[in-house]
Design a protein. Sequence first.
Length: 250
Amino acid sequence: MTTGGYPPPQQDPRATGAHPGAPSYGATPPDYTQQFPQYGAPQNGGPQYGAPQYGTPQNGTPQFGAPQFGAPQYGAPQYGAPQDGGFGGPGFPGPDPNFGAGTPGELLPRLGARIIDGLIVGIPMGILSAIMILASGGSGFVDFFMTVVSGVVAFGYWTYMESARGATIGKKLLGLSVAGPAGGNPTLEQAAKRNVFVALQILTGVPLLGFLAGLLSLAAYIGIAVTIEQDGNKQGFHDKFAGGTRVRKS
């Protein structure tokens, strides 16, 4: 039908939803979950493959990448247990339990022990020297020889007793002992370094060197006494020269 000679207006098919494939406004949208079951809600309560299931193991297999609480994590240190090769573990020995044990020996007991040891060595060697000199008719060579022997015996006495027994007789009587830098008795070398000033007695028989040796020996005793008093651990310079030996109360 025409109106006034003009053809009737053509309705836009997009406005009526007549266009093929166009959605109809007001109509129920299609359920895509029926067409594509892999997307959307899980089917029959089963797991969705391709997505990780957090917190739930699959077929008894742990989920890698997520920490399993209550089980040890490989590669992380286990606190409270020694690690292989660690300090105190199978690779290395633990610290010496006796290291640093005991109270440091004070100056006066140590001086008293040194005097006692000096008498223990000096009296027998003095008697022996007197006998040898009298028997030789006052020979100067015998006098010098016995002075050297006395110095060697004194040096050997302190070195041997401290390295083998951990204390001289004088220290034992006054409740003192000598420990090496790592604990235990000092080594023979450490004990020798610690008492090297005693060996100056060997030179006292030489006319000029004997006077200098006597001055050096006196200076060594004074220096040892001063450094013992000034050091917090009561270590004299002879202890530090020996690598860190310590005198402590037994």
